[in-house]
Design a protein around this ligand. Structure first.
Ligand code: NAD
Ligand code: UFG
Length: 338
């Protein structure tokens, strides 16, 4: 029995593949290589010391996916494959609706046709929108999202909920990630943003390595202790381990399960800059600029439900997240090899 990992060569997927295989699970990976390099596959194998099946295939390709289900003994799916840039989604909403929503619909249809009804889905804290107050809990109303990317996550959550209501054989786990950063301890796997990073940590590491001159801090007039935005940063390896627990859950029980995966602690932009400088010994020059459209002041989780029901909690602190992000950036200044 294998777990199909869609988007398994990407940032979170690759780390999850390592944790799954280290836990003795068999995996099959499908990725269209849109936002990753094939060398990520070699790095996963090298770290684990074991091979696994990789299919280069788009999840919107129903025939291609069906063949994978026919060739392999797939029992459950962890669904990472998707596009994730907020600004790009504002410019090109149809691309996001097609890739993320249509892609998920095709995947679910092929799963159902092959009797596979267990799925863990990569959702996001973004579904809590702009109206809920942190700490965010799973029972809060979702949907007040501000951009097409966030709407795809919210819509896919709705689709999966409706599916569970329609057929009690489905078992679905929605994981709402907070802000994943960090990298594998080995320094051989990490996040490789496309072009100029939109997210804080990859931007900081590129300033540290000299690719970018300084960090633009997006606003210092928020209602937070130092005026900069507060987020719940979580180490990507902790996040990956959350997926192992989620798969155990859906293997044991049918129904719909929803969990926040965060640390429950919020750090401001300047807290992260300070923690990074301490971990790396490198000074990060920054300039305070205007707010970024759609940004909330504060977003952090209450992740106690995942602890109660899955026995999962984040173990790695902000220092370790910064050290590991920096090691990855230093060892791979140009990301994964072509
Ligand atoms: P990523 O871009 O590194 O990984 C996604 C992978 O999916 C890539 O390897 C890409 O090539 C692949 N992919 C995309 N569309 C595909 C398609 N149609 N068919 C096959 N493969 C496809 O992103 P990530 O940071 O690892 O995120 C994984 C998931 O988690 C995404 O769904 C993302 O929206 C979600 N998420 C990420 C964050 C974050 O901050 N990184 C936060 C919340 C949720
Ligand atoms: N920030 C800066 N300068 C930068 C980049 C970010 O000051 O160059 C600030 C942001 O304004 C925010 C904080 O750093 O206050 C974190 O920003 P990120 O872009 O790293 O993360 P967000 O919380 O904005 O969004 C991320 C993902 C979304 C996801 C959301 C919740 O990018 O896809 O977390 O999961 F939806």
């Amino acid at each position: 029995m294998a777990i199909l990992v869609t988007g398994g060569l990407g940032y979170i997927g690759s780390h999850t593949c390592v944790e799954l295989m280290n836990a003795g699970r068999d995996i099959v990976v499908v990725d269209n290589l849109y936002n990753c390099k094939k060398s990520s596959y070699d790095r996963i194998k090298a770290l684990v010391g074991r091979d696994f099946k990789f299919y280069e295939c788009d999840i919107r390709d129903a025939k291609g996916l069906a063949k994978i289900f026919e060739n392999e003994d797939i029992d459950s799916v962890i669904h990472f494959a998707g596009l994730k840039s907020v600004p790009e989604s504002v410019r090109e909403p149809l691309k996001y609706f097609d890739n993320n929503i249509n892609g998920t619909l095709v995947l679910l249809d092929v799963m159902r046709n092959h009797g596979c009804k267990k799925i863990v889905f990569s959702s996001s804290a973004t579904v809590y929108g702009i109206n809920n107050v942190s700490p965010l809990t799973e029972d809060m109303e979702v949907g007040g999202v501000t951009n097409p990317y966030g709407r795809t996550k919210y819509m896919i959550e709705c689709i999966l909920k409706d599916l569970c209501t329609s057929d009690e054989e489905w078992s679905v786990c929605l994981l709402r990630y907070f802000n994943p950063i960090g990298a594998h301890k080995s320094g051989t796997m990490g996040e490789e943003p496309n072009g100029i990073p939109a997210n804080l940590m990859p931007y900081i590491t590129q300033v540290a390595i000299g690719k970018l001159e300084y960090l633009n801090v997006n606003g210092s007039d928020f209602d937070t202790p130092d005026g900069t935005g507060v987020r719940d940063y979580i180490h990507v390896v902790d996040l990956s381990i959350g997926h192992l627990k989620a798969v155990d859950k859906i293997e044991g029980e049918n129904g719909l399960f929803i969990y926040n995966l965060g640390t429950g602690v919020g750090y401001s932009v300047l807290d992260v800059v300070n923690a990074f400088e301490k971990a790396s010994g490198v000074k990060i020059p920054y300039k305070i600029g205007p707010r970024r459209a759609g940004d909330v002041a504060t977003c952090y989780s209450n992740s106690s439900k995942a602890f109660k029901e899955l026995g999962w909690k984040a173990e790695r602190g902000i220092e370790e997240m910064c050290e590991d992000s920096w090691r990855w950036q230093k060892q791979n200044p140009n990301g994964y090899p072509d």
